[in-house]
Structures are given as C-alpha cells and as structure tokens.
Write a protein that binds this ligand. Structure first.
Ligand code: NAG
Ligand code: NAG
Ligand code: NAG
Length: 276
C-alpha cells in the first residue's frame, strides 16, 4: 500500500500527516480516506461569503458579508462589490494590519487520537509571511477560532464538510452557523480590541442546536449561511507564484509532493499538494 505523505506548514511548524495507519480492520475506511486526502477538489481554495435571511434591519449588516480572521476569531464584515475584498465595517478607520479574508480548504486533521480521522479546515491567516491555521470551534464558547495544532487540538476541529451541491459549509453534519453581536454597547471608546476596529459580528457554531442557550448572554444572534466562493485558477496560481518566491519546491514525485521552506523562511507557512 502506498503511503501518501502530505507536508504541511501550519502555525510555523512542519507537520507530516500520516494517512496510512495499517490497522487491518480499518483498511477499507483507510482506503477511502486516502482517496479523500488525495482529492484535489477538497483542496481547492475558497473564500466564504455570508448570507442571512432574517427579517430584521440589523441582520442586513451580516447579509452580503464575508468572513475575515482577526483577534483569534472569525468575523463577518462587508465585502466589496466584486465579492473579493473584505471592507472595514467603519470605512473611516484605517486598519493595520488590513483585514485578512478567510482563504482556505479542507484537509484531514492530524491527530492519531481521533479515529476515524476528522476532516479539518485550514485558512491562511496572513499572506506575508504565508501562514496557515486550523479553524476550530472553541469548546467553552462555541465561537469559531483559528490557531495552530496545539491550540486547536483540545477543541472541535471537524468534521468539516460541504452541502450536497458543494456550495455551503457544514460542520458536524449540518449548517449550524450563527452570527452573534459582540458589540459591547459603548459607542465612545469601546473597551475591546475588536470594538475599536468596528468589528461586531462574530461567527459561532450552534453545537447543541438550542440557539447557544446559556452562552449568548442576551446578545443578538442570527442564523447565517456560509457560502463557498472558489478562487479562480488565476488567483490560486498567483498565490502559488508569490509563495514560490519564498519557497524552494521539492517534489518527490507520484502522489506526494512537499514544499520545503529555506531555513531562514521557516516561519513562513504554506501548504499545497503538488501533483498535477
Ligand atoms: C473528489 O471529490 C469530488 C467532489 O465531492 C467527488 O465528485 C469525487 O468523486 C472525489 N474523488 C475521489 C477520488 O474521492
Ligand atoms: C501555537 O500557538 C500558541 C498561541 O498562539 C503559541 O503560544 C505556541 O507557541 C504555538 N505553537 C507552535 C508549535 O507554534
Ligand atoms: C472539547 O470537546 C471534545 C469533544 O467535542 C472533548 O473530547 C475535549 O476533551 C474537550 N476539550 C476541552 C478542553 O474541554
């Protein structure tokens, strides 16, 4: 049986993902996982647009938004007319660093303790240096967060999926995503780092399907749909080229290809299964 090795740079460290375990009774399952892991469709990079059907004026703030990653959380902000760029909720504020849109793909979460293995979700968290993090649901708050493997491993890291037509995000078999109002009510001198930047709507997963009972603290909440917007081949190619400038690409042929960073660039993170 061939071993499929995927080299991933996540949160600054190289992670080799063992896809074959060799457990006899798991072979059929494992085979399926190998095919899944080798499935390039799952690794096509996408952004996430948000839509919200709620019949409420303030729900308009989340409808037609897109996801960004900031302050360790996942936020909904307005998007540019072409749908490509996130816009600061307060146009008067110049954000430094600028907003970073979710741009990610599915890949198996590397953890032997999770059996069967779970399909995880990664996103870039910065382009320069290129860094990837896992997207996970915080066990205590049910808020969506991002972090490296050691940060995410004790939380809910999967199973991430898409809906039958592949158009929307699912987690744990359903689309239980909600937007929660994190505004602390202070117009003058907001007390939180996100408040100061005008960020207001954070994404949560309604894990127990009870409207975040006991976790919402009376804050406004709306059900949202997270729509996958595939990046064009041009966009993906451009990112690869940018990454190539920083990386030495080392191919081992066949199914497995690994991108290895020069030592000086170890902090940079980039993942891409290479076979074409
Ligand atoms: C890869 O994923 C696509 C989309 O779900 C599916 O149609 C295809 O059969 C998969 N291929 C393999 C080898 O699993
Ligand atoms: C993972 O992230 C945490 C929190 O940002 C950090 O303290 C830790 O050093 C990181 N671990 C690795 C292996 O990079
Ligand atoms: C988080 O929940 C998972 C099950 O979803 C559990 O296995 C894990 O121990 C929990 N971690 C913490 C830190 O509570």
């Amino acid at each position: 049986m061939a071993t499929l090795g995927l080299g991933l740079f996540l949160g600054g460290s190289v992670i080799a993902i063992p896809v074959v375990t060799g457990i006899a009774e798991g072979v059929e399952h494992q085979k399926k996982q190998n095919e899944e892991a080798a499935n390039e469709t799952r690794m096509v990079k996408f952004n996430i647009h948000v839509s919200c059907d709620a019949d409420d004026e303030i729900a308009d703030e989340v409808d037609s938004g897109m996801l960004v990653l900031r302050h360790d959380r996942v936020w909904i902000v307005p998007r540019s007319p072409d749908g490509k760029q996130p816009l600061p909720p307060d146009p008067a504020l110049k954000l430094d660093p600028p907003l970073h849109a979710f741009a990610g793909f599915y890949i198996q979460y590397p953890d032997d303790a999770r059996f069967p293995a779970e399909r995880g979700l990664v996103s870039t968290i910065s382009d320069d240096p290129p860094m990837l993090n896992w997207i996970y649901v915080d066990n205590a708050t049910y808020g969506l967060r991002y972090g490296n493997r050691s940060t995410s491993i004790t939380h809910m890291v999967g199973e991430w999926d898409w809906t039958a037509d592949e158009s929307c995000m699912m987690l744990d078999g359903w689309e239980g995503f909600v937007a929660v109002d994190e505004w602390d009510g202070e117009d003058e001198d907001p007390g939180t780092p996100w408040g100061k930047e005008g960020l207001r709507w954070a994404v949560y997963f309604d894990k127990d399907d009870n409207g975040l009972k006991g976790r919402r603290k009376g804050r406004d909440m709306f059900e949202v749909q997270l729509e996958r917007k595939l990046q064009s081949e041009e966009e993906q190619l451009k990112q690869l080229e940018d990454a190539d400038k920083k990386m030495q690409v080392k191919s081992r042929g066949g199914l497995s290809t690994q991108f290895t960073a020069p030592a000086a660039d170890r902090k940079a993170a980039w993942a891409k299964k290479g076979k074409k």
